[in-house]
Design a protein around this ligand. Structure first.
Ligand code: PLP
Length: 238
C-alpha cells in the first residue's frame, strides 16, 4: 500500500472505532456500567495484516479470527512482529486443527463439545501453552450453528476446568439470526451466572457483534466481537 492509502485506511479505521466506542459508552452509561469493563475485540477476518497493524497503533490489541489457516498466516506476518496482540479464535474448531489453533490463540471462544475439550487440552499440553477457553452456548433451538445447549453448558465448563492445559474463562454466544438479541443474551447471562457460581474465575461473557452490541452490554457482556462496524463490510460469500 502507498503511504496515502495507509493514511486513508488509518483515518477510516479511526473514525469507525470512534463510532463503536461511542456506542459502547452510551450503552454502558444507560446500564450504569463502566466502559473499562468491556474488551473490544476487532474481528479482522477477511482483512489483511496491515489492518491489524493499524488497529494496534490505534490502541486495539485484541484481535479475533475465525478460520485457522487465515489466522495462522496473518499472525505470522512479518509486519506484525513486535506487536503485543491478544489473539482470539472465535470460529468453530475442527479437532484436527487444535495443534495449529493453540499455537497462536490466547483465547478460544467456540468450544462446544467434550471431544474438542480433550483435543485442545492435549494439543496445548504438547505445545506448552495454556489458552483461555470459553464454552459456546447455543441460543438457537435449531442445532447445527454451534454451541452446547444451555442445559449441558455447566457440564462442559466442568470438563474445561478439569483440563490441566486449558483455563476456563467463561461463555460465548452468537444471537440467533433474526431473533431478539435481548431475549437470547438474557438466556446466556443465566447460563453464565450458573457457571460463575461454580467457577468464580469464569468471568468472561463474550457476546455482541456489530449489530447487537448494545443488547449484549445490557446483559453483562465483557467481550464484544466487532467486525464490520470497525473494518467495513466483508464479501458476502465465504
Ligand atoms: C464474524 C464474526 C463476528 C463479527 O461480526 P460483525 O457482524 O462483522 O461484527 C463476531 N463473532 C463471530 C463468531 C464471527 O464469526
Amino acid at each position: 500500500m502507498s503511504a496515502d492509502d495507509t493514511a486513508g485506511r488509518r483515518a477510516q479505521l479511526l473514525s469507525n472505532l470512534r463510532t463503536v466506542r461511542e456506542r459502547i459508552d452510551t450503552a454502558c452509561r444507560a446500564e450504569g456500567r463502566r466502559p473499562t469493563e468491556i474488551t473490544l475485540i476487532a474481528v479482522t477476518k477477511f482483512f489483511p495484516a496491515s489492518d491489524v497493524r493499524l488497529l494496534a497503533e490505534l490502541g486495539v490489541h485484541d484481535i479475533g479470527e475465525n478460520r485457522d489457516q487465515e489466522a495462522r498466516e496473518k499472525v505470522r506476518d512479518p509486519s506484525l512482529e513486535g506487536l503485543s496482540l491478544t489473539m482470539h479464535f472465535i470460529g468453530q474448531v475442527q479437532t484436527n486443527k487444535c495443534a495449529s489453533v493453540v499455537s497462536y490463540a490466547d483465547a478460544i471462544h467456540a468450544v462446544d463439545r467434550p471431544k474438542l475439550v480433550a483435543a485442545l487440552d492435549r494439543a496445548a499440553a504438547s505445545a506448552g501453552r495454556r489458552p483461555k477457553v470459553l464454552v459456546q452456548v447455543g441460543l438457537d433451538d435449531e442445532p447445527g450453528r454451534g454451541g452446547v445447549s444451555p442445559a449441558a453448558a455447566g457440564r462442559l465448563a466442568d470438563a474445561v476446568r478439569q483440563a490441566a492445559s486449558l483455563e476456563l474463562a467463561g461463555v460465548m454466544a452468537v444471537a440467533p439470526l433474526g431473533g431478539d438479541p435481548d431475549a437470547a443474551f438474557a438466556r446466556l447471562r443465566t447460563v453464565a451466572d450458573g457457571i460463575r457460581a461454580a467457577h468464580p474465575g469464569a468471568t468472561w461473557l463474550s457476546a455482541g457483534m456489530s449489530g447487537d452490541l448494545e443488547a449484549a452490554i445490557r446483559h453483562g457482556a465483557t467481550h464484544l466481537r466487532v467486525g464490520s462496524a470497525i473494518l467495513g463490510s466483508r464479501p458476502a460469500l465465504r
